[in-house]
Ligand binder design. Structure first.
Ligand SMILES: Cc1ncc(C[n+]2csc(CCOP(=O)(O)OP(=O)(O)O)c2C)c(N)n1
Ligand SMILES: [Mg+2]
Length: 294
């Protein structure tokens, strides 16, 4: 159940790239969390494009943490609210680098201490703010500036870290994956999370036209294809309940997704067939494991 009120708590004039998936995510998140919210953001694109020196696009109280400690800072905010007997939604918005990599320890602590916080990771699958370096969220075989495809490499050689599973292992109240390509799904999940007491984790797939190499008009299309191929499964797990998975009628072959992005362009060569097959296998495994097919 989502409000149809056109609440916009992200002021226009911010400096996101045209077609930025993270900016779309922010609009969707802020539409449902409402004004009684305090946001803590780790260093990354979102922090950078919403808060150039002396300016802010945030229409809610907002705090910038370091790259690594948004969950620790938000824990302090939540503890202060508790001590003062005041109420507000405490929401973290952090990139995949700030979540999967450098902020993992702080996030684990926040989950374990059972803070009443909604941790939202916008996953653009690399360190975009600093020039497209690989993170542990970067998909297998994608080229980045620190996992460059070339004569002796086919891009990133490791698989994407399963952070939703790590969150679930902390026995948190709610874990969900979603995508900006499915705004109702995204808003429903954020709305549900903020209504549940305790730690929650939401991972939003946010395509990045600059880092992935596609036209800025195709951000939503890329998000859709990621889900339709099974590469990015969309699901939610409420504590004590069965996992609910967003079903896909006819899953699409992974080539359809890969062919449209420069970060996978090197896979078009014949000798890279095996790598393509590996990526298709990842999708097939997801379809099976999550029961994605309708
Ligand atoms: C301790 C530390 N190391 C490195 C940096 C430089 N740095 C700033 S943002 C960033 C990458 C952020 O990546 P991510 O969290 O995925 O967010 P995105 O830029 O993709 O939005 C890095 C490496 C930093 N600010 N602090
Ligand atoms: Mg990132």
């Amino acid at each position: 159940m989502v409000t149809t009120e056109k609440l916009n708590l992200l002021a226009p004039g911010h400096r996101a790239c045209p077609g930025c998936g993270a900016a779309i995510a922010l609009r969707q998140i802020l539409r449902v969390v409402g004004r009684e919210t305090i946001v803590v953001s780790a260093t990354g694109c979102v922090e950078t494009f919403t808060s150039p020196y002396g300016q802010s696009a945030w229409e809610v109280p907002w705090m910038h943490s370091l790259f690594e400690n948004s969950a620790a800072v938000a824990s302090g905010v939540e503890a202060a609210l508790e001590a003062k007997g005041e109420k507000a939604n405490v929401v973290i918005i952090s990139g995949d680098g700030g979540t999967f990599d450098i902020g993992m320890g702080a996030m684990s602590g926040m989950f374990e201490r059972k803070h009443n916080i909604t941790y939202i990771c916008y996953d653009n699958e690399a360190y975009m703010n600093t020039g497209v370096q690989r993170s542990s969220a970067t998909p297998y075989a994608a080229t980045t500036t620190t996992s460059p495809a070339g004569k002796n490499s086919y891009g990133k050689m490791e698989f994407k870290k399963d952070v939703p599973a790590i969150a679930l292992a902390h026995d948190v109240e709610y874990v969900a994956t979603t995508s900006i390509a499915y705004p109702q799904d995204l808003m429903n999940k954020v709305k549900k999370a903020i209504g549940i007491k305790g730690p929650k984790y939401i991972q939003i797939h946010t395509p990045c036209c600059i880092g992935w190499g596609f036209d800025s008009s195709q951000t939503i299309a890329m998000g859709k294809l990621a889900a339709e191929t099974g590469l990015v499964p969309l699901f939610e797990v409420e504590k004590g309940k069965q996992m609910v998975v967003r079903k896909i009628k006819n899953t699409k072959p992974i080539q359809e997704y890969l062919n449209k992005q420069n970060r996978f362009r090197h896979l078009a060569k014949e000798d890279k067939e095996k790598i393509m097959e590996k990526l298709q296998e990842i999708c097939n495994d997801n379809v099976k494991r999550f029961g994605i097919s309708e």
